[in-house]
Design a protein around this ligand. Structure first.
Ligand code: PGA
Length: 261
């Protein structure tokens, strides 16, 4: 059975101070939830938080040994050099990050990241040993014009170009995030989300083999809340959720985690 993966993407919220407040209380809440820690110990559940870069070190220092994975929301694909404003995968590793989000729709649409850029970032992240949460998702217009599957296929296969298939299920998690459902309060219903997540798994199976596809962790993201989490997680091909807004409050994020048990 595949483990459940619950991730909080804080986007551009919580500087070091807000991160301290959250992490110290969150660790307490987590450690008293015996069902949650048991599931983590038994490798049935993983919890990851993606703070803004400037807050990553604070999160890692404060969580001490608590079973929370800390990742970054962005990186550049070069190791180092004259790239003002950027940070590299090896720098993230150095401060203790284990995960990275790549290809989030806000990076694609606001910061104009192409599939080619995403492929370069994914390759660099894999080479550095980070686990990547690779986001794919269609715009509302794509869905209306029945292009969801072709958009997902291109995003996925372009991003994975040149990646060693043997590492895909260990080092890459795919998050299906329909752009029209992000931060809008409109969720894809579980049937639509399952349809696309199953399409993603089949695509990976065709391209890289069934064994890799069966091990692959596939998430749904887009207006996930405590009261809709379970409806996604009962679906065969949805192994977890990538949560934006609802991961910023301890109670709602904890309730999402508990809904995954
Ligand atoms: P949301 O964001 O949960 O606030 O819709 C999800 C995401 O962008 O990862």
């Amino acid at each position: 059975m595949r483990k459940k993966f619950i991730a909080g993407n804080w986007k551009m919220f919580k500087g070091p101070e807000g991160t301290s407040e959250f992490i110290s209380r969150f660790v307490d809440e987590l450690l008293i939830s015996k069902n949650v820690t048991k599931a983590i110990d038994e490798k049935k559940l993983e919890i990851a938080i993606f703070p803004p870069s400037i807050s990553i070190t604070r999160a890692i220092e404060l969580k001490t040994n608590a079973p929370i994975l800390i990742g970054a929301q962005n990186m550049y694909w070069q190791e180092n050099g004259a790239f003002t404003g950027e940070i590299s995968a090896s720098m993230l590793k150095e401060v203790g990050c284990t995960h990275i989000i790549i290809g989030h729709s806000e990076r694609r649409n606001i910061f104009l990241e192409t599939n080619d850029i995403i492929n370069k970032k994914l390759t660099a992240a894999v080479n550095a040993g980070l686990v990547s949460v690779l986001c794919v998702g269609e715009l509302l217009d794509d869905r209306k014009s029945a292009n969801t599957f072709s958009v997902i296929k291109k995003q996925l296969l372009d991003a994975l170009k040149g990646i060693n298939p043997q590492i895909i299920s260990d080092k890459i998690i795919i998050a299906y995030e329909p752009v029209w459902a992000i931060g809008t309060g409109i969720t894809a219903n579980n049937i639509d989300a399952q349809e696309v997540c199953s399409y993603i798994r089949n695509l990976i199976s065709e391209a890289f083999g069934e064994k890799i596809a069966n091990k692959l962790i596939v998430l749904y993201g887009g207006s996930v809340k405590p009261n809709n989490t379970a409806s996604f997680l009962i679906e065969n091909d949805i192994d977890g959720v990538l949560v934006g807004g609802a991961s910023l409050e301890i109670d709602s994020f904890m309730n999402i985690i508990k809904a995954a048990l």
